[in-house]
Design a protein around this ligand. Sequence first.
Ligand code: TZP
Ligand code: MG
Length: 231
Amino acid sequence: MHKQSVMTINERRIRAREIFQSGGLYCLTDAKLSRGRDNITIVEQMLNAGIRIIQYREKELSRQAMYRECMAIRGLTRRVGATFIVNDDVALAMAVGADGIHVGQDDLPVPVVRQLVGESMLIGLSTHSPEQVQAAVADGADYLGVGPVYSTQTKKDVGAPVGLPFVQHVACNTDLAFVAIGGIHAENVAEAVRCGADCVAMISDIVSAPDIGQQIRLIQAEILSGKRLRG
Ligand code: TZP
Ligand code: MG
């Protein structure tokens, strides 16, 4: 495990903003949706296409299989300087030396996660309302997940879509880095970016694509056109 320097909350939040502003597209794994390809193969293709923010999100595999995949992905992401975030599992994130842990509203509270992971790991928290955003800022989250923007089949027990007005609300009311997620794909990503999302996350539109590199290039072009529409 690499030893990382101790960071203050302000340093972590600045770091998260830098990562999200330069990264733009945040890619998550999901083996079930990946047409028989394993998560390592999918991440290799994402990195080859220039993606620099990867979240390992896997609901079906054993914890040991997840650990093995995460160790391999940690190696791949480190080689290219990509940020590696683990979903949900604090122990797994710590065991593989992840750069970040992403938790939801029903997971351990952010201050408790902070006590466990130490001062240098980024903590992302999913938010679905203005009240949750305020609480996330007060509780010390380093970045926010904002969604589901649109309806999605990918996540079980997902709440009602929050829509673009909530994306705009977060963009206008907090300095925290945030990533818009949920039902975003090549055809609607420009709108989310135009509404203020510096960073957008996708699962199915990328992992289910026959040619992941080609799909990422298409999405990146749409992100650029969304940025131009901001004026
Ligand atoms: N959190 C909110 S919606 C979602 C998660 C993990 C699923 C996003 O998947 P997709 O396929 O990009 O809609
Ligand atoms: Mg979760």
